[in-house]
Design a protein around this ligand. Structure first.
Ligand SMILES: NC(=O)c1ccc[n+]([C@@H]2O[C@H](COP(=O)([O-])OP(=O)(O)OC[C@H]3O[C@@H](n4cnc5c(N)ncnc54)[C@H](OP(=O)(O)O)[C@@H]3O)[C@@H](O)[C@H]2O)c1
Length: 289
């Protein structure tokens, strides 16, 4: 693997899954700004090449890349071996890779749900399980990517919402358990973030209300990384999103769910997925929130 040209030594390293694009890339850039060396695992494609160009620059902390489908068999073994080969002792782990899909529950083929559950949940749990000895030894930190949807579960994005609820509850519980050995666990719950052309088109079509809520990856990254470095439990970037989440807690559940169903009923019209695309083809048309 080619080593980057960099003159800036990193005292501490972070591993970021899905750090080649969208929020993950913005988190990687923010980590570099904070002086962290960055190890990225993402699909081996054009986005990884672009990320390599953006992050490998003289004067910036070092960065390493592993092109890998994290849902492939033995993928986590490969990540652990790679970190050892690169002599990277991790201080932080950011479980960011994930994707979602909108539409009627039965319109998405099972094979795609299986990949979603695997990437959004299983990969995260396995990585933490495997890397915990390193993180414990160094008293490091973990940042898990959930979503505002963990507290505002969305009809028509049921499985995605469920995976993000799992990330949220798992992170809070793990945080208390890990308190005993000094590894901090934070969970990030962003609102809608524009990370692809599709998302941009959807927001433009939805008008002013949607535009008020959406953010760009670079808007949320500084708050996310500050929160992780400070060992904050729950990070909800943006005042408006925090207000929405707060108000949702005050609204009785049946009413809250009816309102959410109304607001997101447009997803009912999402056409059924007929082909079962491999994971590498998913993110461009995927819906995250
Ligand atoms: N966007 C939102 O509105 C939003 C809101 C809340 C939470 N989130 C969560 O934030 C995370 C990132 O979302 P995003 O919108 O930034 O997504 P994105 O732009 O699609 O980026 C996803 C990243 O994960 C990588 N990836 C996808 N599948 C992978 C696999 N099987 N193995 C390894 N890497 C894989 C992608 O690689 P390639 O670039 O090569 O495809 C990319 O680097 C997700 O967990 C998402 O659920 C997103």
């Amino acid at each position: 693997m080619t080593k980057p040209l960099t003159s800036h030594p990193a005292a501490e390293w972070v591993l970021i899954t899905g750090g080649s694009h969208g929020i993950g890339l913005a988190l990687a850039q923010e980590c570099q700004r904070q002086g962290l060396g960055v190890a990225i695992v993402a699909l081996p494609d054009a986005q990884l090449t672009t990320a390599r160009r953006l992050l490998t620059q003289a004067g910036l902390p070092p960065v390493r890349f592993l092109g890998l489908d994290l849902t492939a068999p033995q993928a986590i073994d490969r990540v652990v071996d790679w970190l050892a080969e690169e002599r990277i002792a991790l201080h932080y782990l950011i479980n960011n890779a994930g994707f979602g899909r909108g539409g009627l529950f039965e319109h998405t083929p099972w094979v795609e749900y299986r990949t979603m559950l695997q990437l959004n949940n299983q990969v995260m749990v396995e990585l933490i399980h495997r890397l915990l000895p390193q993180l414990k030894a160094i008293r490091g930190g973990i940042l898990n990517m959930s979503s505002m949807e963990a507290t505002l579960p969305l009809p028509y994005k049921t499985v995605y919402t469920g995976t993000k609820g799992m990330v949220y509850n798992f992170s809070l519980a793990l945080r208390e358990e890990f308190r005993h050995h000094g590894v901090s666990v934070s969970v990030l719950c962003p609102g809608p973030v524009i990370t692809n052309e599709d998302g941009l088109r959807r927001v433009e079509a939805q008008g002013a209300r949607a535009r008020l809520l959406v953010t760009m990856p670079e808007d949320i990254a500084p708050e996310a990384i500050r929160g992780m470095l400070a060992g904050k439990a729950v990070i909800v970037p943006g005042r408006l999103i925090r207000l929405l989440v707060g108000v949702s807690y005050l609204t009785p559940r049946p009413l809250r769910m009816r309102i959410l169903e109304r607001l997101f009923s447009r997803y009912r019209d999402t056409p059924p997925i007929v082909s079962t695309a491999p994971p590498a083809a998913l993110p461009s048309s995927a819906v995250n929130t």
